[in-house]
Structure formats: structure tokens, C-alpha cells
Design a protein around this ligand. Structure first.
Ligand code: NAI
Length: 327
């Protein structure tokens, strides 16, 4: 058996973590011969609930679970970890604006960014806790870990788009590829239908109802999270955990030829995005936790208009939290 992979999960007693931890421990994500050690972070009032989660993990008797520990101190939780899934954050309270939420959660990510200096050299960090792009920017800017090792989750939006395109075209989801979600995990994201492929052909060549892309596809993806909350009375949890694990896999395996995935990473100026913003982009990976942006895509006019809007939104979010940014 190889050296165990150490995975930190924050918000470990929360709903998304409950749908992720068992899959991480089971061998499904890193393989049946790869031991995993879970390092779980929570706030003190949730440590009792986390103890219950640990009992359940134990009761699964997963052969790949080589160890686990619960912490209420990020420095300890991130010590030597190879992956850090930053899921925990404060939910939006009644009457809270997005900017209030940014400021309420910002300090969490300042502290966690610093604590990530304790992680292993090969650490990759995935921020899920909302507003995830700007939380990721805060964590990265307060950390000595290279900015390229941080990403914020767009994979749930990508998966939603993939399912919706497959449903409209009447094909299996596996036939849909090259789905890009530009920008922010917010209602202003820009889901790109023009560059998506169905059975290897551009989606607009397969779906002839072109109005559908702008009248249904784009707004439905943007509002999908709110629809789930309305129906379930709680925000997406299993699908969010699934997307987080999809991202772990996307950065751990070579991206299949002719395809890409969406994740928000630090901008080095591609597509005219300000250097340093954490922006959803089409990416490819060699499978070594690395990425490169798929360059040279052109956008349909409605997608470009939304791209410009979401770029403005992320600039605004950066300004709101500027006091918390170190570099
Ligand atoms: P939840 O409320 O069930 O769990 C959050 C957990 O985080 C709680 O157990 C809480 O005690 C913990 N927590 C709070 N502050 C913490 C800190 N400083 N350190 C460690 N743990 C802390 O929420 P759920 O459903 O698990 O969602 C978690 C986050 O994921 C939310 O911010 C949610 O908005 C976000 N989310 C992001 C999505 C995306 O696509 N990026 C999709 C769905 C949810």
C-alpha cells in the first residue's frame, strides 16, 4: 500500500461534508489501494456532531480509511495535508446582503489561508464555502502556498449545465463535453453554450431552438441553486459534495483529449481578466494537481455580455474585501 493521502475537510459536521466524507474514505475517489487520512475541522459548538460523524465513519469499516482526527484549530487540521477542501463557512442570515456575507466569512479565510502554510508541499485547495471565489482570493492572498494551488468550485454549475444540455438534446450526459462556466459561482455566472459540445459537435448545431440557450439554459443554470433551496428547504448538499469530488478527480487525472472542465483559478490575464482574480475558466490538467487555461475560445454575444457582467461583479467583491487581502 502507498503512503496515505491526507485530506482536510472544513465544515466537517455540515451537510456537504456529510455527503463527501464517506466517499473520500471509501476508496471511490483515490482508488481501492490508496489509504486516506481525514483531518476534519469544525467550530467548537459543532464538535459533538462531528464526533457522531466519526462514529459513523468508523462503523463503515472502510479498508482505505487509515486514520481520522477532529480539530477546532486550523493550524492543526491542515498540518501535512495533501488536499484541503474548504467547505465550512457561515450561511447567509436573514436580511444579509452578499457583501455582508463576504465580510462575515472573510476573517475565516484569512486564518485558514495562513494555516495552510502548514500543509504538504503538494497541497491543492478547493474552496466550496460561499461566496467561494472571493473566499478563495482571501485565503490565497493570506497564504504562502502558491496561488495556482487554490481553486473555487464551479463544477456544480458545470454539472448542472451538462445535464441540462443532455436533457434538451435527448442524449446521455456522457455525450456532452467542453462545458465552461465563466466567472463567479453566483447568479451572474456566464454558462457558455456556444463552446459546449454534444456528440462532438457545437451545442448550437445540435439544439436548433437557439432562443432556448438565452431564455432557459443560461438563467436556469444561474438560478438552479435557489430553485433547489426552494424545493428542498436547504441548499444543494449531495450535488455540491459530488462536484467537489469531481474537482478533486479533475486535478488528479489527465483531462481526456478534446475535453476540459471548469474551475475558478487565479487569473494570469487570459481572456482579459484582471491578474489575481479567482475566475471560472476552461481548464485542462496533466493529473498532477496542475492546470492550464484552454485559450482562444470565442464567445457568443450573450455569453460575452454575461462574462463582462460577472467580471465586474468579481472586481466589486475584491474591492469589498480589500482590507483582508495581503498581496
Ligand atoms: P452547513 O451549514 O450544513 O455546514 C457548514 C459547516 O461549516 C457547519 O457545520 C459549521 O459549523 C461549519 N463552520 C462554520 N464556520 C467554520 C469555520 N470557521 N471552520 C470550520 N467549520 C466552520 O452548510 P453546507 O450545506 O455544508 O454548505 C457549506 C458551504 O458550501 C456554504 O457556504 C454553502 O453556501 C456552500 N455551497 C457552495 C456551493 C458551490 O457550488 N460552490 C454549492 C452549495 C453550497
Amino acid at each position: 500500500m502507498s503512503q496515505p493521502i491526507r485530506v482536510a475537510v472544513t465544515g466537517a459536521a455540515g451537510n456537504i461534508a456529510y455527503a463527501a466524507l464517506f466517499r473520500l474514505a471509501s476508496g471511490e475517489i483515490f482508488g481501492p489501494d490508496q489509504p486516506v487520512i481525514l483531518s476534519m475541522l469544525e467550530i467548537p459548538p459543532a464538535m459533538g456532531a462531528l464526533e457522531g460523524v466519526m462514529m459513523e465513519l468508523e462503523d463503515c469499516a472502510f479498508p482505505t480509511l487509515a486514520g481520522m482526527a477532529a480539530y477546532d484549530d486550523a493550524e492543526k487540521a491542515f498540518d501535512g495535508v495533501n488536499w484541503a477542501l474548504l467547505i465550512g463557512s457561515r450561511p447567509r442570515g436573514p436580511g444579509m446582503e452578499r457583501s455582508d456575507l463576504l465580510l462575515a466569512n472573510g476573517p475565516i479565510f484569512v486564518g485558514q489561508g495562513k494555516a495552510l502554510n502548514r500543509a504538504a508541499d503538494d497541497v491543492r485547495i478547493e474552496v466550496v464555502g460561499n461566496p467561494c471565489n472571493t473566499n478563495c482570493l482571501i485565503a490565497s492572498s493570506n497564504s504562502d502556498v502558491p496561488a495556482e494551488r487554490f481553486s473555487a468550485m464551479m463544477h456544480l454549475d458545470q454539472n448542472r449545465a451538462q445535464s441540462m444540455l443532455a436533457g434538451k438534446a435527448g442524449v446521455p450526459v456522457a455525450d456532452v463535453s467542453c462545458v465552461t462556466i465563466w466567472g463567479n459561482h453566483s447568479a451572474n455566472q456566464a454558462p457558455d453554450y456556444g463552446n459546449a459540445k454534444i456528440g462532438g459537435k457545437p451545442a448550437p448545431q445540435v439544439i436548433s431552438d437557439t432562443a432556448w440557450f438565452t431564455d432557459s439554459f443560461m438563467p436556469d443554470i444561474q438560478k438552479r441553486g435557489a430553485k433547489v433551496i426552494e424545493a428542498r428547504g436547504a441548499s444543494s448538499a449531495a450535488s455540491a459534495a459530488n462536484a467537489c469530488l469531481d474537482d478533486v478527480r479533475a486535478f488528479s487525472r489527465p483531462t481526456p483529449e478534446g475535453n476540459w472542465f471548469s474551475s475558478a483559478v487565479v487569473s494570469h490575464g487570459a481572456y482579459g481578466v484582471d491578474e489575481g482574480l479567482i475566475f471560472g475558466m476552461p481548464l485542462r490538467s496533466t493529473g498532477n494537481k496542475d492546470w492550464s487555461v484552454v485559450e482562444g475560445l470565442s464567445m457568443e454575444a450573450p455569453v460575452k455580455a454575461q462574462f463582462d457582467k460577472v467580471l465586474e461583479e468579481l472586481r466589486h467583491e475584491r474591492d469589498v474585501v480589500k482590507e483582508l487581502l495581503k498581496k
